[in-house]
Design a protein around this ligand. Sequence first.
Ligand SMILES: Cc1cc2nc3c(=O)[nH]c(=O)nc-3n(C[C@H](O)[C@H](O)[C@H](O)COP(=O)(O)OP(=O)(O)OC[C@H]3O[C@@H](n4cnc5c(N)ncnc54)[C@H](O)[C@@H]3O)c2cc1C
Length: 470
Amino acid sequence: MYNQLTPEIISMIQKVSDHVYTGGDISPDYARDEMPIYGTRMPDLAVQPRSTEEVAAVMKICYENNIPVTPRGAGTGLAGGAVPLFGGVLMDISKMNRILEYDLENFVVNIEAGVLLADLAADCLTRGMMYPPDPGEKFACVGGNVATNAGGMRAVKYGTTRDYVRAMTVVLPNGEITHMGATVSKTSSGYSLMNLMIGSEGTLGIITELTLKIIPAPKAAASLIIPFRDLRTALATVPKFRMNHMDPQAIEFMEREIVMLSERYVGKAVFPQELSGEPINAYLLITLDGTSSEEVDKLIEQAANIALEAGAMDVLIADTSNRIKDAWAARSSFLEAIMEETKLLDECDVVVPVNKIADYLEFVNEQGRKCGLEIKTFGHAGDGNLHIYQCSNDLDEEEFKRRVDAFFDIIYREATRCGGLVSGEHGIGSGKIKYLVDSVGETNMELMRGIKQVFDPKMILNPGKVCYKL
Ligand SMILES: Cc1cc2nc3c(=O)[nH]c(=O)nc-3n(C[C@H](O)[C@H](O)[C@H](O)COP(=O)(O)OP(=O)(O)OC[C@H]3O[C@@H](n4cnc5c(N)ncnc54)[C@H](O)[C@@H]3O)c2cc1C
């Protein structure tokens, strides 16, 4: 259905780009993202463009010659989204990495899409500003964050990536350049094409530049590690903060086993394991921020009282930047720690209503046992986004996939029954299409395919992802 790259097409691409890689010069990293269980495949050619015009010129050649193109940021995705399933051209945007300009009167920053999240966050702070989205992987590109609508720890207070995109430059599959959105903070101006682009995982267009909303950085913050006897009590505490007019920046839950695993990985023990001889089985890790340290001190006191009244065993305060960093180091390393100790790994990032988290996790753990899988869970208690990892060191890959398939069928169905959705932040990629169909239904899938058809009538942009399994 697609054409092969011929020497003539390659030389046409080389005429419009000085950054073309073929054969043994193509990085093997391009064959995969961080979840290779969904398949790997090398592209036939890779481009690392330096400008929107260069992206557009390459895209136009691919469109005219029916060559598939897969956009890629840093390749940290967890759904197989950046894998060039049909070969063709890999469009690596990561070298378009300039922060272009701040407009502090309108509270926006203009960047190229390949800027790393870590670089943007740090640069904003030097101006007393904050870019609030804070997904765990800081070395992802912001363009990749937008393409997946990445969430992260601060989503409970500040929202997800979508809430911070004001405008973007997009190269369409036919090579045309278009601009969507504007610096303005509100719009009722027709269909929001920009919002279709956000979370479209490289299937509708290639994002090359972004205008992002930023906010004044909070002046003070503190984190609390709150140990509990059991996860249910920990989760039942979460709505009590809200009911008491508190608005934590982050509220994460974690169980004992994964905390220990991660602390082994980072080589530092910060979370207590027992109190007065009584084992701790679950934790909440919350961050509070405010405009002064006095305000944050008051918030700490209020949060500690609420937690203790709700059954917490203790409240540990981290109120210096080093202590906050230590408190979050283990949480931020959960995935790497699991990867380090696991041969075969798959992941589910369902989102369920917050009042269903405890029941849902009990269900998941029981189904994991029945399917003979080792399950590790953690997640964002404040917004119901759960990360459920299936791990194995002794099954062969075929048997592992068979069991995970059976497990996923059951747990995704249960998430839908609870009022949840397939992915809270990692996206659908190639790995989760089947569950998306089951969850949103054929009518909605047809609408998605119709949108794809309008943007990409030749189906050359990131084929086999989100709504099209070719
Ligand atoms: C340790 C770890 C922790 C993580 N924690 C979080 C987390 O807390 N929250 C979260 O949401 N995610 C998390 N992730 C997942 C991942 O970091 C995000 O999905 C991130 O947004 C991917 O960005 P990327 O630049 O690596 O994109 P890639 O992996 O390169 O691509 C992801 C998708 O976006 C498309 N794409 C990339 N760039 C563009 C572009 N410029 N234009 C159009 N399409 C594009 C690709 O085609 C692909 O479909 C984590 C991953 C790891 C490994």
